[in-house]
Design a protein around this ligand. Sequence first.
Ligand code: BGC
Length: 417
Amino acid sequence: MALGKSARLLATVAACGLATGASAADVEVLHWWTAGGEAAALNVLKEDLAGQSVGWEDMPVAGGGGAAATTTLKARVAAGNPPTAAQLLGMSVREWAQEGSLGDITALADEGNWADVLPQAVVDFATYDGKWVAAPVNIHRPNWLWINAAIFEENGLTPPTTWEEFNTVAAALQEKGITPLAHGGQPWQDATVFDDVVLGLGGADFYRKAIIEADLDALGSDTMVQVFDQMRTLRGYVDDNFSGRDWNLATAMVLNGEAAMQLMGDWAKGEIIRADMVPGEDILCIPAPGTAGSYLFNTDFFAFFDVTGDMKAAQDAMANSVISPEFQHAFNKVKGSIPPRTDVDISDYDACALKAKDDIAEASANDALLGSLAHGHAQTSSVQRAIFDVVTEHFNSDMSSEDAVEELVLAVESASI
Ligand code: BGC
């Protein structure tokens, strides 16, 4: 799919001394979109840029949440050889900008009036010190529960809307020999579930206090003990081989009927669509138990490193592409997310995306649009890592909820210093 050259791109290329129609430098892009649905979405961008004679040098580093990609990126930047752009989640955009490694795309952003068409919550992560340093491509919602509709129907089950209902349904499934919950045991996946439980049991205000403000009283509260109790219960509903499993393999278990449910962000929809199943019909999408009315969010940004010359021209071409309404429409339809631009018509998207759009509007109006901890929109990377460590250690041992809460408080306290 070629979206055509924008007048702005041509002006940029010409200004950099390249004849119009000649190829600008390649863009080298570091990212972690390696699952089938993710790669398909990335292709939308590659083809768009190819249509503008901008080549693509791929730098994939597998691993949801981007932990492995971050390690690679750090090594590249330390060696003085940053990529043209890197996929980053919100808090790390901020951290890289703080380090002084990112370039300045304010001129493009001003010319394209980005601030007028993006939600403030997204603008806040894309700008640093009054300058634009990154372009947002999507808004994902991590707090979804995906349900194999046929399994529920055959077993006469109703989708659970609270954690108590979830436990009842899961016990009934287990009794029939069906794995209730598909899960991949990796810290970011454990944390994705943890986010859901904190929000579902504690509510939006508790999530804000405990996770976004890292308030030690909230982190050490009885509610947090209940959260770890529920995490322990969930541990009993996953199969024996969950350890280390990639998220998309867990999604595949729900698609092929090996498991009934998965708690995962809507990048899972990329896999559903690729499997020729219908989101909202074959695989139901409902907010994670207890989280209806709230919306956890994370946005993938392309952050632009400080480059010059024809690399800068290619970088500008990429920035203009990813922010264009045509690109955002085509990309997010495949990726499973919704466009961050508020002026993109998504009436031809699937039912889960339409629900996402309604739900985000409702959550914003109720002050319940909250950054996801698991996906880099709630805490600095050091506090995030500290929480991941405790959550994962608890999930994979017989640690009591009380001990986990005590460790959580200590870990967050020392990571915050
Ligand atoms: C990213 C998604 C990605 C998912 C799994 C999340 O942190 O925001 O774009 O699909 O990780 O790889």
